[in-house]
Design a protein around this ligand. Sequence first.
Ligand code: URA
Length: 235
Amino acid sequence: MPNPLPRRLDQLLSACGYCSRSEARLWVRGGRVSVNGQRAEAVDQKARAADVQVDGQPVDSPEGILILLHKPAGHVCSHDEREGPRVFDLLPARWLQRNPPVTTVGRLDKDATGALVITDRGELVHRWTSPKRHVTKLYEVTVDRDLEPGLVGVFAAGELRLDDEPKPCLPAKLAITGPRTAQLELTEGKYHQVKRMFASQGWTVLRLHRSRFGEIELGDLPVGEWRRLDLPKIA
Ligand code: URA
């Protein structure tokens, strides 16, 4: 959590992912931590993050992490290494040691690419994944056979019921952009929703790319790279 108030150095270092609270003692003893340019004296010394340096550098993102990653295909949004390369492996290693650690705002499938927001601010995850908020997501889709104009009305109707879902999908905007390509804008995030919507009508999604998450456009961010986003003032 962001915390502009003075806090113990061991709390600050462990929250920002540098080391455990017990290791912080060694970091301070070793002279790696300073406060206002003066070597820190003890782990229970209290300081504002803005006044602390570690190895001569300002503390990394004490106010929290918020980034946009261009997710490559083949990476999973899970923290579990057994599921394959993780999106978190593309970020500074320290961020996974933060408390709380970084996490994705919603998920993209392993084979999907595009805009993925990552943060350690739990309230932002909640805000942007809450079904009540209807955050829009824009997907670029390639399918296995020619699209039919009738699909636009089927997706827009708000009556499409997917297997095992208690409620129909909310109205979704489909724009057919080529014989087998389309843009689909959703305001919700059911499990594998895009693939299941097309599958329910007899199409298989071959390629799925998210170009926008809410107001956040992927733009020309290269695949596998990330950029920081401004933390909202009131979260
Ligand atoms: N819909 C899907 O089917 N997969 C995704 O990754 C996102 C939306």
